[in-house]
Design a protein around this ligand. Sequence first.
Ligand SMILES: Cc1cc2nc3c(=O)[nH]c(=O)nc-3n(C[C@H](O)[C@H](O)[C@H](O)COP(=O)(O)OP(=O)(O)OC[C@H]3O[C@@H](n4cnc5c(N)ncnc54)[C@H](O)[C@@H]3O)c2cc1C
Length: 454
Amino acid sequence: MKTYDVIIIGGGPAAIVTGITIKKYFNQKSVLMIKEEKEGLVPCGIPYIFNLLGNDADKNKMGPKPFIDLGGEVIINTAIKVDKEKKLVSLKTGEQFGYNKLVFATGSLPLIPESIPGYNLQNVFYIKKSYPYIKELTAKIGSFKNIVIVGGGFIGAEVAEQLAESNMNVTLVESEPNCFSKAFSPELSQIATNVLNNTKVNVLTSTIVKEIVGNDGKVNQVILSDGKKIEAEVVFFSIGYRANSKLAEETGLELNRYGDIHVDNYGRTTIENISAVGDCAQTFGFLTGRSDMIKLASTATAEARILGHNIFGVRIKKCTSGTLGVFSTEINGLAMAGAGASEKSAHESCIEIVSAKFSSPDRHPASLPDVSELTVKLYASPVDGSILGGEAWGGKSVGEIINIISMAIQKSITVYELVSFQIGTHPLLTSSPVVNPIIRAAEEIIYKVMQDKK
Ligand SMILES: Cc1cc2nc3c(=O)[nH]c(=O)nc-3n(C[C@H](O)[C@H](O)[C@H](O)COP(=O)(O)OP(=O)(O)OC[C@H]3O[C@@H](n4cnc5c(N)ncnc54)[C@H](O)[C@@H]3O)c2cc1C
């Protein structure tokens, strides 16, 4: 039986980045990754398989090649048991491997709505991060015409838009008054819902799926809370993900109330020499320190770098002080993103905020081709002016604008500092320096705070 310095269970972004980081900085250490499926997908690219990528899952593949190139070993198998005393991992096929350090990167699985009658009918699908599952789905999807998608978060909405673009009749059912309401403020989720309404998707908000009715064991109709019936051959559930933490629980690791594996700032679990990272591990709110449930690839890979550096002993100290959810998406050409607090989450956590927004063209002059209106909304502390959150919407630059805002939140930059934020501008690339929306939104907040003090 071979013993490795590190065994990683999992094959998603968290496992791959943990493996790369360890092999890059501790090249002499032996690292084995146990992943259950041979082929992997870029999880965030899955919605685009259904249209932009031509219904071809092979165009969205992702694997551990960078880890293997650094000397990491990979075995395709399922880890079914961990003996924490003997430090052994047992595989489905009976082999065993020893470890000095063990990493759980077992990810998350879609929520199954067992309380909805008909949830187990044939042609009820989930957005699973699984190559064989999605490959099989893409082979079938062309034979369907009417699809109901349950859940208007960013995953359900992205999949709905893509399927509608490929000429299917898509109805998206969301229980909240707006889609995207968990990721964005009420203002931005309303904008996002309006944008989605302008696509070919039939969007039903404030509506709940009561029952899925079958015919011959297959989906035939969806019954809604208002009594309305929708003909459908397929239902996709996109109602959230939960940690895949069964093996961790069986190993004796402590889980939190959401079922996520309890970890400290360095990804260490309650059992010595065992860590957890990514969607299976617990997150803490960046501002509150409260246990929350942010499951993003961006978060998973940040945690994985921290774990990779610190797995043999803390080298880069105190690098995590909570998880800042940074969400971005694009629907019908409008990019939208949010980071940290918004008025809704601040209210729920009793955090005082002041907000302001500013819009300007993202090129200058605005008569240039390819110009979009860019809006930045900042949320700051009325006491010290530190940036607590932000949102942006407009053209593609939003994807990186939100990352600037994320940095400002993480480094506690204040609106007073943003006034002298030194930026580079170019007519074809950015807003005019006169109306940079981050700086101008910060100035608006200062103005509001000064007015309040008068
Ligand atoms: C459709 C979709 C779109 C998304 N878009 C975005 C986005 O735009 N931006 C963003 O930041 N995030 C996005 N996410 C979230 C992101 O995909 C997840 O946060 C990310 O995949 C988490 O990575 P992970 O490695 O922790 O877990 P996972 O990706 O879930 O990987 C876990 C892996 O572990 C393997 N495994 C589990 N148990 C075992 C075992 N016992 N033995 C061996 N292997 C095992 C699984 O097969 C799987 O490969 C999206 C998710 C989905 C589904």
